[in-house]
Write a protein that binds this ligand. Structure first.
Ligand code: HEC
Length: 421
């Protein structure tokens, strides 16, 4: 089944400085790149010699969950993929100005020189540019058109506000724009008489359709649709963004590790690995994620074992509402299947000093008990009466493996702003 990129946002990436990089760079004055028994290393060259600042990617599905490690070549085209768990890896080169090299298979402990493949034209090179580079091709209304220009929402005060709604406040608060899925119209919408109508239809897709159309309205329905349609029309006709620079300096010293989490119908909203007040708590321990509207479990990643697990979540009151199953139009990817089914709607997990994981989680319907509302004598309610709350609290204790639903009251100290979370 075809899935969208954003629905598969189930990776977690850990980035750490490659402290051994400098040492290895010095040792590597000879042609060969020194490696240990659990590294893969070598030189990447293209037709003009060593390729600097390109990514070497090693991927395997032989571990309990899919595992990817990525490094960058130095100025002499050298790379080391360090400390790989034992497995067969598919290895290839990706970089600005290139198309992906053919994939080869390698095992840790193996020296592996790779051949980079130059892109035959700017279009082929641009396929892997970051989404934001593609989005930069979107035309923006002139400053003089604000406020109140043709097809622009009255609420948008100026050009900066319009741009913010697209690139951080509105659309992009949920997903990137400029990814392959968003910069091309899917074949399903080919039969629409204009790109504007195809765009209107595609924004009605799936369980987020209502939200997308509302966001479009905030920006200004007609003008935004016209500009989005013009954007993808020009891209379909061959327009490409400017090339990004290759990683430079310290950017070449990173090691990125990615693991597949959760499942194809879930999306990852947030994750926690430690107590932010004591960041050595839970070193190398399990990482807990939250799947927001999509599913009722905490995805768990063990970055040592490269394995994943699930903490099943429950509600206190079976009448806790589920993510809305309504959609204005079916998804081009999922059809009429509502893929989000959560009741808990978990937002952000937090470790406390005892290594327990607290989550904002719905456990009951949103109407608050009387003691939270105005008229109550409770000090918190007096300070901040709350009629409804979208989420409450739950806590998972990894030591006991138990999940607890917390009641709503907090201490009535003067700094308590919200009594009934
Ligand atoms: C509430 C979160 C949310 C917001 C806000 C949002 N989107 Fe989406 N968007 C989604 C989801 C989820 C999908 C996948 C829909 C599906 O299942 O087909 C999607 C899909 C898309 C697609 C691909 C649809 C297709 O099938 O071709 C485009 C294009 C898109 N969004 C653009 C936008 C634009 C432009 C905005 C702002 C006006 C926006 N989105 C705001 C969540 C959101």
């Amino acid at each position: 089944m075809k899935t969208t990129r954003m629905m598969q946002a189930v990776f977690v990436a850990a980035v750490c400085a490659l402290a051994i990089g400098a040492t290895r760079a010095r040792q590597g004055m000879t042609a060969a790149v020194p490696i240990d028994g659990d590294d893969i290393g070598g030189i990447v060259s293209g037709p003009k010699g060593p390729e600097a600042g390109v990514w070497v990617i090693a991927e395997t599905t032989e571990l309990p969950t899919r595992f990817v490690r990525i490094v960058v070549t130095d100025d002499r085209g050298r790379y080391v993929l360090p400390d790989l768990p034992k497995a067969n890896y598919t290895v290839w080169v990706r970089g600005y100005g290139l198309i992906d090299s053919p994939k080869t298979t390698a095992q840790p402990g193996k020296a592996l020189n790779l051949t980079a493949v130059p892109a035959p034209d700017p279009r082929a090179a641009a396929e892997i540019y970051p989404a934001g580079y593609w989005l930069s091709l979107l035309k923006v209304p002139e400053k003089s058109e604000f406020p109140g220009g043709a097809g622009i929402s009255q609420g948008v005060k100026n050009q900066a506000d319009w741009i913010r709604l697209i690139k951080s406040g509105g659309c992009t608060s949920c997903h990137q724009l400029g990814t392959t899925g968003t910069r091309k119209l899917p074949k399903d919408f080919d039969h629409y008489p204009s790109s504007v109508l195809a765009w209107e239809r595609r924004l009605q897709s799936g369980q987020a359709g209502t939200n997308m159309i509302q966001t479009l309205g905030q920006i200004g329905h007609d003008r935004a649709l016209a500009l989005f349609a013009d954007w993808t029309d020009r891209i379909a006709a061959g327009e490409v963004p400017q090339a990004p620079p290759r990683p430079q300096g310290a950017e070449r010293n990173v090691v990125i590790t990615e693991w597949d989490w959760a499942d194809p119908k879930a999306y990852l909203h947030d994750e926690v690995s430690t107590d932010r007040r004591n960041p050595s708590l839970n070193s190398f321990g399990k990482i807990y994620g939250s799947l927001e509207l999509s599913a009722d479990y905490l995805p768990v990643l063990d970055p040592q074992e490269h394995s994943i697990g699930q903490v099943k979540l429950t509600v206190r009151d079976p009448n806790t509402p589920q993510t809305s199953q309504l959609m204005i139009q079916p998804s081009a990817y999922w059809g009429t299947d509502p893929v989000w089914k959560s009741k808990n709607n978990v937002h952000n997990p937090m470790y406390d000093e005892k290594g327990r994981v607290w989550i904002t989680s719905a456990v009951r319907p949103p109407d608050n008990p009387a003691f939270c509302k105005s008229g109550s004598e409770h000090p918190s309610a007096k300070l901040t009466p709350l009629e409804r709350s979208g989420r409450q609290l739950a806590m998972y204790d990894p030591k006991s493996g138990k999940l607890a639903h917390q009641y709503v009251l907090q201490h009535a100290s003067p700094d308590v702003r919200r009594g009934c979370e």
